[in-house]
Write a protein that binds this ligand. Structure first.
Ligand code: PRX
Length: 624
């Protein structure tokens, strides 16, 4: 295990440090010519290095004793259904076969493949099969609507979609194929592969839709891994920004593999006898890096659970930890707060002594949740690794490391060895200890970071233009904790909110609401929430001839579900014939934010319509 000296060693020459890690952690078909290049605002790692991700995640393990080691322990939601265990060799065989299936469907290197799957092993198989043949996968969260799927498939110009008949969620059967059906309409998708998980009666379109198991029956069991350049795209993952349109974050093969491998190994101190469980859905970046690539690159055993944490009872997660002897557990603060509310009697029913390390991700963790996690789940034995990172960064970047620490509730920790961050004010001055500002990353940028925004370099450039191409701007607020470089994260400083750890753009939600016929305009702001961290509150102006009603609120929520997905549901809808605006007609979201927090709204006399504020105060029960 590492000690404190790793930080000093890494900071001597950060690019050389990563090159050493790249050599030790990843098998390359050909070593690179140069470690790193920075041509603002673009950077590249391991120039001309050649490798294959699936080779690193599978082939190199099956040549060792790990061949028969469990790679994935899949736990279905129905408690009476048996788990499925895939050894590294099983996974290798399935990935090779599915790679051949994709080829037979006409998928070539550089083509995009959509993956709209729940938490079943076929999702990792499909991702690794794409990586094997050099196709670019684009996973869409299975709880996203058909419209979200369609938008992403159109932007990525995907050729093939992999989906499922259905899956279980809280005991209910969800028919995903029906959503997928609507989602492929009008997109370039020519073929749809459907996994049979449920045996549901689904519509299959002749010549377009194929059953996974039928294609796999005749597929050859070896597929030569494609030789990929370090800077070839591995995957696209769409995420929310400040505009109404999600952006396709590009992760490239070499650098991402290196960061995924080493962050998994060091953040979670992964050893061969560990059982690692990252509870994130594969539809988010955490699922990509720590529910697929990272653990498999490390040759680790991981748990994958299909369903809801509270099904059939509030102790389902803890029963899984006990049953499979999970040693490293990684989840989100929102989940911890939910379990806290359900009460400690549920984890107390189970022996959780196998746990060694606990992790959190996705939003700032409050002290009470940190302490509860540490004491009630970790039995006061396990360090809590609070990992700060983003879809854009590909892997964790700021957290304390096990065995080194420090572990201070609400303080994530230091920059991962080989990376460096600063906290700046608006003019680019470094903040002192105890002061807050904007979090930026310094050059050289971590190898797993985004290389572009798919077909939208202008949006990529925005990350760097804020500080004149000197830094990567994270859009997060942070406070410098001490002279060691420990950092406390304080939340987003843009119009992106984190709802139960899910990233959501207010503009996207406003677009969805505004597209409803009865609506003239809307403004969405984030309100603090005890469990979810933040929730969206929608202020909506209806057309003059439409009467506000509870029924209409329900219909609007249904409309949001169908446009984005249930994760974006407003917690509250407030109808108002006018929204507070400046004289130039801009909606004053700042005032709406203050209103829902019961804070002073300040001077409203300069508004175009100050009376709207008075109306809203009454409507939401604001107390002066
Ligand atoms: O605001 C930060 C918050 O989540 C944002 C990134 O969201 P997303 O791209 O969905 O990725 C989440 C999983 C990596 C960040 O800009 N965030 C993430 N982790 C933390 C966090 N805020 C505080 N503490 C964290 N540990």
């Amino acid at each position: 295990m590492n000690d404190e000296s790793i930080y000093a060693e890494a900071s001597k020459d950060r690019a050389a440090f990563w090159a050493k890690l790249a050599r030790e952690g990843i098998d390359w078909f050909k070593e690179w010519d140069e470690n790193y290049q920075w041509e603002p605002p673009y950077y590249r790692w391991f120039i001309n290095g050649k490798l294959n991700m699936s080779y690193n995640a599978l082939d190199r393990h099956i040549k060792t004793w790990r061949r028969n080691k469990a790679a994935i322990i899949w736990v279905p939601e129905p408690p009476n259904e048996k788990e499925r265990v895939l050894t590294y060799f099983d996974l290798y065989r399935e990935v090779n076969k599915f790679a051949n299936v994709l080829k037979s469907l006409g998928v070539r290197k550089g083509d995009r493949v959509g993956i709209y799957l729940p938490m079943i092993p076929e999702v990792q198989i499909a991702m690794l099969a794409c990586a094997r043949i050099g196709a670019i996968h684009n996973v869409v969260f299975s709880a996203f609507s058909s419209k979200s799927l369609q938008e992403r498939m159109l932007d990525a110009e995907a050729k093939v979609l992999v989906t499922v008949d259905g899956y279980y969620r809280r005991g209910k059967q969800i028919n995903l194929k029906a959503e997928a059906e609507k989602g492929v309409e009008g997109t370039p998708i020519q073929k749809v592969v459907v996994v049979k998980r449920m045996g549901m009666d689904v519509n299959m379109v002749e010549g377009r839709d194929y059953w996974w198991h039928e294609l796999m029956k005749d597929a050859g069991n070896y597929c030569e891994p494609e030789v990929m350049d370090s800077e070839d795209i591995l995957y696209l993952l769409y995420t929310s920004g400040t505009t109404g349109k999600p952006k396709g974050v590009e992760h490239h093969t070499g650098g991402y593999a290196v960061q995924a491998y080493w962050t998994t190994k060091w953040d979670f101190d992964i050893h061969d006898d560990d059982v690692f469980w990252c509870t994130a859905d594969i539809g988010w970046v955490t699922g990509h890096t720590y529910g697929c690539y990272g653990p498999l690159l490390c040759g680790a055993t991981m748990v994958e659970y299909e369903g809801a944490p509270n099904y059939p009872q509030l102790d389902r997660w803890w029963s899984i930890v006990e049953k499979y002897g999970v040693t490293v557990f990684y989840t989100a603060p929102t989940a911890i707060r939910m379990f806290m509310q359900w009460g400690e009697e549920w984890p107390n029913k189970h022996n959780l002594n196998s746990l060694r390390i606990l992790g959190t991700v996705g939003e700032p963790i409050n002290e009470e949740a940190w302490l509860w996690y540490f004491n009630k789940i970790g039995g006061g034995r396990c360090p809590v690794i609070d990992t700060w990172w983003q879809t854009e960064t590909g892997g964790t970047l700021i957290n304390s490391l096990p065995g080194i620490g420090p572990f201070i509730p609400t303080v994530a920790g230091r920059s991962f060895p080989g990376t460096s961050h600063d906290i700046l004010d608006e003019s680019g001055n470094s903040m002192g200890i105890g002061e807050g500002g904007y979090l930026v990353q310094k050059n050289p940028f971590a190898p797993g970071m985004l290389r572009n925004v798919w077909r939208n370099p202008a949006r990529y450039k925005e990350y760097f233009s804020v500080y004149a191409e000197k830094f990567y701007f994270t859009s997060d607020g942070a406070r410098r904790w001490d002279e060691l470089g420990n950092i406390r994260l304080t939340g987003r400083v843009d119009d992106v909110m984190k709802v139960a750890g899910h990233r959501l753009s207010t503009a996207e939600l406003e677009n969805a609401i505004n597209s409803y016929e009865a609506v003239v305009e809307s403004a969405v702001v984030a309100a603090p929430h005890d469990i979810k961290g933040e929730v969206p509150i929608a202020f909506v102006t209806l057309k003059p001839d439409v009467a506000p009603s509870d029924q209409l609120k329900k219909e609007l929520i249904k409309h949001v579900d169908a446009t984005i997905g249930p994760t974006a549901r407003p917690d509250k809808i407030v109808f108002s014939s006018e929204l507070p605006k400046t004289r130039s007609g801009k909606i004053m979201r700042r005032i709406l934010k203050s209103l829902i927090r019961n804070q002073s709204v300040g001077d409203t006399t300069t508004l175009m319509n100050p009376e709207s504020v008075e109306y809203l105060k009454k409507e939401i029960g604001y107390k002066e």
